[in-house]
Design a protein around this ligand. Structure first.
Ligand SMILES: Nc1ncnc2c1ncn2[C@@H]1O[C@H](COP(=O)(O)OP(=O)(O)OP(=O)(O)O)[C@@H](O)[C@H]1O
Length: 320
């Protein structure tokens, strides 16, 4: 007849170093399985392997497995802007990839529920997230940045026209998902300064917010409003990023400043916040990002600006 030592020997084969509290009671085995660091699929597989292996043993009729994982301390970083189209999503994607290259375990929440673009930017459009119980499982992709976006739930091109409370609920589902061992969650915020943004921040308390602006005055006025919103919610501002600064002509190499120059840096100084860096207006950034091959993933010149900003962001996180 099977005894505890035989059960432990069998467990050693399929779950070495991960089991504890093994009990045997009239043909019924119970144990605790530490699944820390495993993703959802691997967790499922190890559970099946353990149950299968133990049921092969003489007289074992039932196996109860309790899975535990050390709690991952997950930090949220909000990327916001006062208005749309300033490059918030592009920055979020490329920063996520650059932070991953620095060794962080990064995930992405596309909180821009009315105009989701992360599925396209991370080249995983058309994939549906699976669910475990009531929790969504983030969508994997070639960049190893698990992502959840309303774009994965709605049909491509389908307009998402929700009222505030519904939009807020959808966003909760994306954030309270099965993020596994993801330590850093980049939240690509919806543009503007409405209720959805405010309640998300109150509920989830990001550790900090990055503000994106283009250099011109009008965009900067909107950026000031975004700063106000984060301050209202008592979210520390990490700093300001200037996007679409200095256009380099692909033909003659001449640098021009269609949206002005240095405006965001000056505004950051006035508001007493850090300036995190500038990203040039470069057609390659648009082509590669919108084409699902973010420039930060390659050694390209265009990727460098994002890597520099990611280093500053990582230093800020280290100092928290
Ligand atoms: N530095 C840049 N150089 C060239 N094109 C850029 C740059 N940054 C962003 N873009 C392009 O500008 C467009 C808008 O960018 P993006 O979608 O990232 O902005 P957004 O602020 O997230 O917009 P929305 O609020 O509408 O989601 C995209 O086509 C993107 O490729």
């Amino acid at each position: 007849m099977t005894d505890i030592s035989m059960i432990e020997a069998a467990l050693e084969e399929v779950a070495s170093g991960r089991f504890s509290a093994v009990r045997l009671d009239e043909g019924r085995v119970s144990l605790v399985l530490n699944v820390g660091g495993l993703d959802v699929r691997d967790r499922g597989q190890i559970e099946i392997a353990v149950k299968g292996k133990l049921r092969e043993l003489d007289g074992i009729e039932k196996v109860d497995v309790v899975m535990t994982a050390e709690k991952v301390e997950r930090r949220l970083i909000a990327v916001g802007s006062g208005k749309g189209g300033v490059g918030k999503s592009t920055l979020s994607t490329n920063l996520a990839i650059a932070l991953k290259a620095l060794g962080h375990k990064v995930g992405m929440v596309d909180a821009d529920i009315y105009g989701p673009s992360q599925p396209r930017l991370l080249n995983c459009e058309g994939r549906k997230p699976e669910a475990e119980g009531k929790q969504l499982i983030p969508v994997p992709n070639e960049y190893d940045i698990p992502v959840l976006s309303m774009g994965h739930l709605a049909k491509p091109g389908q307009a998402i026209a929700w009222r505030g409370p519904m939009a807020g609920k959808a966003l909760e589902q994306l954030i309270d998902a099965h993020w596994g061992d993801t330590e850093l969650l980049i939240v690509d915020m919806p543009p503007g300064t409405g209720d959805v943004q405010l309640s998300m921040m109150q509920n989830h308390k990001p550790v900090g917010a990055l503000i994106v602006s283009t250099p011109q005055d009008l965009a900067l006025m909107d950026a000031v409003r975004a700063v106000d919103l984060f301050e209202q919610a008592q979210i520390p501002i990490i700093g300001m990023v200037e996007n679409m600064a200095g256009y380099i002509c692909p033909h003659c190499g001449e640098v021009s400043d269609p949206f002005g120059a240095g405006g965001a840096e000056a505004a950051a100084k006035t508001m007493g916040m850090a300036f995190m860096g500038r990203v040039p207006l470069d057609i390659e950034i648009r082509k590669s990002s919108d084409g699902g091959t973010p420039p930060a993933y390659s050694e390209s010149l265009q990727g460098k600006a994002f890597h520099d900003i990611a280093k500053r962001l990582a230093a800020w996180l280290d100092n928290q």
